[in-house]
Design a protein around this ligand. Structure first.
Ligand code: TXA
Ligand code: MG
Length: 389
């Protein structure tokens, strides 16, 4: 049975019940023993790599570190293995997975790069791979439909995490890997967070330490220059690079390589053509979350416990003195550096979620660069789809 997410797509009353009580979905899953393989020394890393490759070869879904967030990885060409990814996450089958490649050359095994797009694909992959850029391209028939949710496109990227690279190189084939959280929940940026999300549901988590980027990859869709690469007067036209999901590779990073189209805000899954996973409600803590654009709008309710997700933790920003906060989590203390904030973002959101407060209040950030990616996550985390939708 597919296990739709928390009140977002499901119609089964038992699922709604679990949503209300904010419990993990139990369904009829078997409980397995989850091993954690460490990578603290060259020897333990070798052992972890061997264990991971063995599991992937055996058709298992396992937790692996990437530079963005931890992924739940399975052999992309093994339908049954990919099925385990959906099952462990409780992810609906209409939400496709990103295929991670062992090498740039492996792109040709999974995707079709048309003549028109060859140049921009080459430029982007030379510039950003391995790294946190995912590209949507027409898929090759070898990629099972379950990976792409029946779409004719496939999302591809190449992770730059050293442990991930060792594992996938040794495995030698692409792996399909979404973030290693239960569907719709906060992405994990440490092995402990994966254990919290999927412990007992998967056999292995490779601990590669905290993720260096902290936010999921940027996803782009490409379009060749309209009317050809060169105008009648010999001027060059640029391809279009549409950001489907904001991430560590920013609009500013991409603008040298084409006309960048920024993501549409708050669009519902069905409304975003070709991006079925970009639901309005996503990355959600169990605790209600609100982005407070104007501190003057805050009217604390008596007896309610509030947690603050602050950008710099500075009194002058007007948030610290609003109430007697039960918890304050600061993304980048003092300096307000976007990169530091991004690395700590999901970790602190998870911490606030686990702290027992009744509501999380988030300070807004500048909606550009990495701030655009974090604001996107905060908006989705704050959107709750009505019960009967
Ligand atoms: O950084 C990342 O991208 C992490 C790490 C593990 O690589 N992965 C990740 O996967 O964030 P996931 O499944 O949590 O998010 C991937 C998003 C989903 O919203 C999915 O709907 C979308 O990519 N996606 C995947 N294939 C697609 C396709 N063919 N067309 C449109 N959207 C697609
Ligand atoms: Mg995800």
């Amino acid at each position: 049975m597919d296990s739709p997410g928390c009140g977002r797509v499901g119609t089964h009353s038992i699922e709604k019940q679990y949503c209300k009580e904010r419990k993990p979905f139990p369904f009829d899953r078997k409980s397995v023993n989850t091993e954690i393989a460490t990578t603290e020394s060259p020897e333990s890393t070798d052992m972890a790599v061997q264990a991971a490759v063995q599991m992937l070869n055996a058709g298992e879904a396992i937790g692996l570190p990437t530079e963005t967030v931890y992924g739940l990885a399975a052999d992309a060409f093994n339908e049954e293995a990919v099925g385990k990814v959906f099952e462990a996450k409780g992810r609906p089958k209409f939400d496709p997975l990103i295929v991670h490649l062992p090498s740039k050359a492996a792109l040709a095994d999974v995707a079709v790069v048309s003549e028109e797009l060859e140049k921009v694909v080459n430029v982007l992959t030379n510039q950003f791979w391995p790294g946190p850029l995912t590209i949507l391209l027409p898929k090759k028939p070898a990629v099972p439909d379950i990976v792409t949710a029946g779409l004719d496109t496939v999302a591809v990227r190449m992770s730059e995490h050293p442990v991930f690279r060792k594992i996938i190189k040794e495995f030698g084939r692409p792996v399909a890997a979404p973030s290693a959280n239960r569907f719709g929940r906060i992405s994990p940026t440490s092995a402990a967070a994966v254990q919290e999300e999927l412990g007992g549901l998967i056999p292995l988590i490779v601990d590669g330490g905290a993720c260096g980027r902290g936010l999921e990859s940027t996803i782009v869709r490409l379009e060749p220059p309209e009317g050809g690469e060169v105008t009648a007067k010999g001027k060059k036209r640029k391809p279009r690079i549409e950001i489907v999901r904001a991430g560590p590779i920013t609009a500013e990073d991409l603008k040298n390589f084409g006309i960048v189209i920024r993501p549409r805000r708050g669009a519902r899954a069905e409304a975003v053509a070709g991006a079925p996973g970009q639901m309005a409600s996503h990355y959600a803590p169990a605790t209600p979350l609100r982005v407070l654009t104007d501190p003057g709008d805050f009217k604390p309710e008596p007896g309610k416990r509030y947690g603050l997700l602050s950008f710099r933790g500075e009194a002058e920003d007007g948030y610290l003195s609003l109430t007697d906060w039960s918890e304050v989590a600061v993304l980048s203390p003092g300096s307000g550096k976007m990169m530091e904030a991004a690395i700590r973002f999901f970790f602190l959101l998870r911490k606030l979620d686990n702290s027992g407060v009744d509501e999380i209040i988030a300070e807004p950030m500048a909606d550009r660069g990495l701030g655009m990616a974090m604001m996107d996550r905060l908006r989705r985390a704050s959107t709750r789809v009505p019960e009967d939708e």
